[in-house]
Structures are given as C-alpha cells and as structure tokens.
Design a protein around this ligand. Sequence first.
Ligand code: KG4
Ligand code: ZN
Length: 320
Amino acid sequence: MIVLGIETSCDETAAAVVGPQGPLADIVWSQDVHALYGGVVPELAARAHAEKVGVAAAAALAEAGIDRPDAVVATAGPGLIGAVLVGLAWAKAAAFGWGVPFLGVNHLEGHLLSATIQAGGPSFPFLALVVSGGHTTLYRADDVGTYAVLAETRDDAAGEAYDKVARMMGLGYPGGPVIDRLAAEGNPEAVAFPRPLEGSLDVSFAGLKTAVRAHLMSEARAADADVAASFQAAVIDVLRSRVERVARETGIPRVAIGGGVAANRGLRDALRATGLEVHIPPMGHCTDNAVMIAHAGRQRLLRGEHDGLDAGARARWAVA
Ligand code: KG4
Ligand code: ZN
C-alpha cells in the first residue's frame, strides 16, 4: 500500500509518500514569514499552507514517481487549528477525488512512531520520548495505537523552553537549533542551573527558564555559549534521568525518541551513552515532516482502519 501523507499542523508544509519499502518522497517546506515575529503566527501559517499544500503534494507524487496513491492521510491534530484544517481539507478532497481511503493522523503518534520508519527500528514494547515544541511526554508503546503516558512535563515543553531561552538571549526563532550549535562551543558546567523535580517522574522546565532569566540579568552573566551549554546540560540531565529510571522500572530497555528536540545533538549523544537500546531517527524525521504522518497513517490503514470524510480537526488530541 502506497500512502500520501500531508502535514500542516504548524509552520512546515510537508507531503510525503511511504510504501512497503519505506519513504518514496519527503517534501518539507518551512515557512520563513514567522521569523519576523519571533514565533509562529497562526493565521499566516494557515494562509501559507493554503498556497503550498497542493504543490507540495504534487511534488511528493512526482518524486515518488506515481500518479495516484492507494490512500491519503493527513495530520488531524493536535496543532494550530487553522493550519491543521488546510492540510486535512486538502487530503480529504484528494482522497474523494481519487476514490481512495482517507485517515486522520495524530501528529504525536507520528513523532512517537518515527523511529519505526527505518528498518531496524524498535520492536514492541518500547519506551518513546516525544520532545517537541508543544509536548514533552514519555510513553510506553505496546503496539500501534496502544500507548500509555509514563511521565510528562507539568508546564513548558522542552522545545518551548529552548525557544523562550533563545528569545531571552536575542538569538531568534526557532531557538533549539541555535542553542544546540552554540552549546557545542560552551562549557556545560559554567552555570549551575537547577534540575527541577528531581526524584519525580514528571518534569518541569518553567523553573529552569526562570533561573536562566535571572542569570542573564545578573552581573555574573556568563558568555552566551556557556549559558547555552549549561542550559542544554540541565535539559538533557532532566530527560536522560527520566528515561533511565523508566527503563529500569518497566524493565523495557528499548527507547525511541521523536519530536524536534530529538534533533538535539547533545540529547542524542547523552541517550546513546546510557547503554540502553536507543533508537534515534534521522534529524529530518525528528522535526516536523510528513513521512512520519504517512508512516503512522499507513500502519493504521494496514490494520483496517480509516476515517470518514466528515473527520474533524482537533487543536488538542491526546494519543494516550
Ligand atoms: O516537532 P517539532 O518540529 O514541532 C512541534 O511539533 O512542536 O518541534 C519544534 C521544536 C521547537 O521548539 C524547536 O526549537 C525544537 O523543536 N528544536 C530543537 C532542535 N531542533 C528543533 N531543540 C533543541 N535542539 C535542536 N537541534
Ligand atoms: Zn511536531
């Protein structure tokens, strides 16, 4: 079964084709317009998706060398509702026009399963750490569609913390990649930032963010690279300690990561060093993309699921 997947939940217009052997096309067009505003402007995102989603889908089909897929799937949430609606409506119309099945995919399930796109991915059950701009959750995945939340953030998502800290430092948006690059040149022990909620499975990044703000306003302000490295070291410590503890407590030694923050080089290295069986998708499958949506949708279609053309978009939608 060859599936066309569409992703428009935030500021990436993405289309991909996935077949039995894996990805056949992977188109991701990032919207530049938001950089001016220091964050994603929902209405501008929706308009840009409306202009480009059809072209992105056509480009994906051309790259895959097919005229028509066997099914069309699209992110149905969670995300910016106007942005989600654009891709979802396009996908439903295309499925109707081609006379093929349609399915709405949960964006988080896309991230959760992204380590299973490539051959050699984790077998069930595995632990999945989804760390993105809107979510920081550690799941137990027992099967496609059978997930349980084991730990999550009580306030900010990890990516949100990166973006806010970058903004405080005047580094622009999105902050993750910039801080990641800067951190590589700094000393992670320069500033002793807190590791909040030590001893708990849940995590919190609001206190860390406040500590960074206080440090930036202090007289003892360290060099930017040192602040970035120290902040990143705290985030990684917090995430790594939860993964290690949950692996120990569940007896499941297989861990997959997904979401934009899973592209972080420091986090990838720290998890690889744990000795657990860690499955790390390529960078392009961590940040928002349509391959993960086509893949997750395809897994569900193969189980006989599909949605009606009345399926709605959801701004909030828990996967477990
Ligand atoms: O998964 P994603 O592309 O979109 C959402 O579903 O939210 O994640 C975006 C988030 C942003 O907060 C961005 O700053 C962060 O992922 N991010 C990173 C890196 N690349 C992207 N954070 C840390 N290090 C990176 N290399
Ligand atoms: Zn995402």
